[in-house]
Design a protein. Structure first.
Length: 404
């Protein structure tokens, strides 16, 4: 009689635990890493449109991309390093700007809509029945979602709407940035217009060109963020003309001008694409790197220098760490301290010492056009200096007859 072999039943196993998607896990890991870089007790500093426009203007600076992406307070960091930035908006200017903005938006934005209707050349009378949706929500993520919903609802309704301080989201180097324009107007035809309110004066219908340019770059960032929402909203389109509202002459009365930001949008879009992803920069840092302002200046200095920077004199007006970076560039004799145009003209000569040695004929290939031009310029300078004493004796120090 055949013997029956025992049957071994498989042991019961517990069901596998559900795992979060890979992109969610990587996002959580990145947030943890950025929190470590910022410091365990330091709250993230939000990235506003002004900082984002400055970042887009210098996409090669990995240092700023990482610090802004991690929410590091660069003002506190620069102070801890001993190179505080001596600029910023005064409390008086801040209060004056808030008072002017409140005046422009008073009575449900009646004056603002009149200016927009007048400057954009809208037909008929200025709009009076304007919807002002409530955009309050918890946190920047909630406010951004509420803003997107309000834009879709008001666009579908086909009327005028004024969104006061909406919250927009824009991905920058793999990390979300939350932006808050002064206002966005929804037209009945589905066009969205950005409104930027500034406190600098508009004298005789024109304002300071540099300040207008900065406002245009800042508004371009808002336009790019709105385009992401408009792409998912039927019938919506973002206008490339921004309404800039400023005080008229030296009064507190509002005046407006239309600024075309198509060029600024194209430049900013291209520069943002070129930005290195933040996780790639953070992965290359030494273990234990942190920018916590509570650390010693020596440790902070090593942390800052572990991330490459792309300094230029233009950074002095836009970055809190510019004075620290300028000091390092000068100490190393980097030609970047002389400006981007000079750096571009000098080609492979990256230090002031190498430039002077090439001009003196001590180093460099004579066949190199840059070296040849430097030596020719040095010869012309030497010739001018050798002739200057006789020229001074003949004409006098003030260019006159030589009588003293």
């Amino acid at each position: 009689m055949p013997r029956h072999r025992p049957v071994h039943l498989p042991r019961p196993t517990s069901p596998p635990r559900p795992q979060a998607p890979r992109d969610v896990r990587s996002a959580v890991t990145l947030r943890q890493r950025l929190a470590e870089l910022r410091g365990p007790a330091v709250a993230p500093r939000p990235l506003d449109a002004r900082a984002l426009a400055a970042l887009a203007a210098n996409p090669g600076c990995k240092r700023r991309a990482l610090l802004d992406g991690a929410g590091v307070d660069k003002t506190a960091l620069a102070t801890a390093l001993g190179s505080p930035a001596p600029f910023g908006q005064s409390q008086f200017a801040f209060m004056r700007g808030n008072a002017f903005e409140a005046k422009v938006k008073a009575d449900g934005g009646t004056e603002l809509m009149r200016l927009l209707h007048e400057r954009l050349g809208e037909p008929g009378e200025p709009p009076r029945d304007v919807t002002v949706p409530d955009l309050s929500a918890a946190g920047p993520e909630g406010r951004a979602a509420r803003t997107a919903l309000a834009l879709r609802e008001t666009t579908g309704a086909g009327g005028w709407a004024l969104l006061d301080h909406p919250m927009l989201a824009l991905e920058v180097a793999g990390s979300p940035a939350y932006l808050e324009p002064d206002a966005v107007v929804v037209h009945p035809d589905g066009t969205w217009t950005v409104v930027e309110i500034k406190s600098f004066p508009m004298i005789d219908g024109s304002a300071d060109a540099a300040k207008v340019g900065a406002a245009a770059r800042q508004s371009a960032v808002y336009v790019l963020a709105l385009e992401r929402i408009a792409a998912a909203t039927e019938g919506a389109q973002v206008g490339h003309r921004v309404l800039l509202v400023c005080p008229k002459d030296f009064s507190n009365l509002p005046a407006a001008s239309v600024v075309d930001v198509r060029k600024q949008c194209a430049v900013t879009r291209r520069q943002l694409i070129r930005l290195t992803r933040i996780e790639d920069i953070a992965a290359a840092l030494p273990e234990g790197t942190t920018f916590d302002p509570e650390r010693s200046p020596e440790e902070l200095g090593r942390a800052v220098e572990s991330v490459t920077a792309a300094y230029a004199p233009e950074c002095l007006a836009a970055c809190e760490l510019a004075f620290h970076c300028r000091g390092k560039a000068r100490a190393e004799g980097a030609v970047e301290a002389l400006g981007r145009s000079v750096r571009g003209e000098l080609g492979g000569l990256t230090t002031v010492g190498a430039v002077l040695a090439a001009a003196a004929g001590k180093e460099g290939d004579p066949a190199d056009p840059t070296v040849s031009a430097l030596r020719h310029a040095a010869a012309l300078r030497a010739e001018a200096l050798s002739a200057s004493p006789a020229l001074i004796r003949r004409t006098g120090p003030e260019g006159g007859s030589g009588c003293h």
